[in-house]
Ligand binder design. Structure first.
Ligand code: S3P
Length: 186
């Protein structure tokens, strides 16, 4: 069974919404960043420090090639996963991809106190968010099968929006026979 794959900016709610959606559907939840941190044994910020953004992107793309394979899971991806054309094509082909779209001001409200995201360690993090949205919004739209708006509304509203958009084969609860085992469920 295809994975339901959540893409979107940092702060758009992929992990929170994904975890709740997985629990409603009775599916495993996998958070790509958490898997990467667990495998590397260090936080994402340390990978950026040691290997730069390019090193992180290489690791991220390799991991996504693995996690994108159909496993009947809900997969939350890192916000920059769409920067790789290969990953974009793979996610769209192998999964059902939902873009969690949020406005710059809502993202800023959620991220303004964040200290864990290396890309926001700049003198003007709000401007960075704005630039990233401008660059990535077309890539998210290109990769996704559908778009939902997240922001100030409650998590359950986003979950219900996704449930309403799921194709019939994905709306049924629970993994199916033939699904690959999920070894890195978060
Ligand atoms: C990034 C988003 C982060 C993480 C890394 C880079 C990005 O994930 O992968 O800090 O490029 O937008 P979240 O979207 O889960 O915060």
């Amino acid at each position: 069974m295809r994975n339901i794959i959540l893409i979107g900016m940092m702060g758009s709610g992929k992990s929170t919404v994904g975890r709740r959606l997985a629990s409603v559907l009775g599916r495993p939840f996998v958070d790509a960043d958490t898997v990467l941190e667990r495998r590397c044994g260090v936080p994402i910020s340390t990978i950026f420090e040691l290997e730069g953004e390019a090193g992180f992107r290489r690791r991220e793309a390799q991991l996504i090639a693995e996690l994108a394979q159909p496993a009947g899971a809900v997969l939350a991806t890192g916000g920059g996963v769409v920067l790789s054309a290969d990953s974009r094509a793979l996610l769209h082909r192998e999964g059902f991809v939902v873009y969690l779209q949020a406005s710059v001001s809502d993202l800023w409200q959620r991220l303004r106190r964040d200290r864990g995201r290396p890309l926001l360690r700049t003198s003007d993090p709000r401007a960075r968010i704005e630039a990233l949205v401008e660059q990535r919004d077309p890539l998210y739209r290109d990769t996704a099968h559908c778009v939902i708006t997240t922001g100030r509304q409650p998590v359950d509203r986003a979950v219900n929006d996704i449930l309403a958009l799921l194709p019939a084969d994905l709306a049924a609860a629970g993994p199916r026979p033939g699904d690959a085992p999920v070894t890195d469920a978060a």
